[in-house]
Design a protein around this ligand. Sequence first.
Ligand code: KG4
Ligand code: ZN
Length: 331
Amino acid sequence: MIILGIETSCDETAAAVVADGATILSSVVSSQVSIHHPYGGVVPELASRKHIEAIQKIVDESIQKSGKKVHQVDAVAATQGPGLIGSLLVGFSFAKSFAWFLGIPCIGINHLEGHMNSVFLGSDPPPFPFVALLVSGGHTSIYHVLSHTEFEPMGHTRDDAAGEAYDKVAKMLGLGYPGGEVIDRLAREGNAEKIAFPRSYLDRSAFDFSFSGIKTAVNRYIQSHGDEVAGQIPDIAAGFQEAVVDVLSHKLVRAAMKKGCDHVAVVGGVAANTRLREKVTSEAAKQNLWVHMPPVDLCGDNAAMIASTGYHYIQSGHMTDLCADVYSRVR
Ligand code: KG4
Ligand code: ZN
């Protein structure tokens, strides 16, 4: 089954063609980062306008690169939510019209479930059930994953998402938007033990997160150290990152132990983080857990994960009504 995936929930216009839910025939991601960079974050109205300009070209490119013809596409899967309403509307409306025109099924996908399924596009997919840490710019959660379409929530962030904390700290340090990748890179040149930032475990045996405290602690440090800060950016980045990564890896391993699962996964944009990948691997090994992560280029937003999720829903008999609308929040 050949599925065209479309993803436009935030600032990437993406399209992909995936065979049988697992083989990526093409995956095209057009990032709007340079457009939003001067504003220090995503400007929703600009994002939807740019999606409108890009969508037809990106879909055409993904079909052409896949080596398939339009009439060989069996179904279309598109992100229906959560995300920016205007941006979602562009991709989801495009998908519905495409499906209607070809007379094929259209399936609306939850973006977070898309991230969760991205781990099956790597070379080492986990067996069910497993415990997944989803870390992105908008969400930080732990799920007990029972199948490709069944996710039992175990905990969520009570304030900022991990990626959001990276982006806000990068902004405080004058490193621009988005901040995750640049902090990841600078932290490698710094010493994580020079400046200790607080770890917020909340209840150590529960799985909720809070990242607003560490963000405030970094801000306070910057305000109180004036000119010294310019020479300490790699150490601040490393100290901040270590505190975030400690909490994420601790909670993921605890959650797997609580569920009696031997397999854990890390997915979402922040799963690209070098230190998080290392730390989860070393902490999991201490408890004899297997770690599964998507390749770095499938951690951030992409449409292959949406097409793959669509495949599993269609296999289980689901289809979305063409009158369905997008949604901005998790439901
Ligand atoms: O999953 P994603 O592409 O979009 C959302 O669904 O939110 O995640 C984007 C987030 C941004 O906050 C970005 O700063 C963060 O992922 N990110 C990283 C890295 N690469 C991207 N955070 C830490 N380290 C990275 N290497
Ligand atoms: Zn995402």
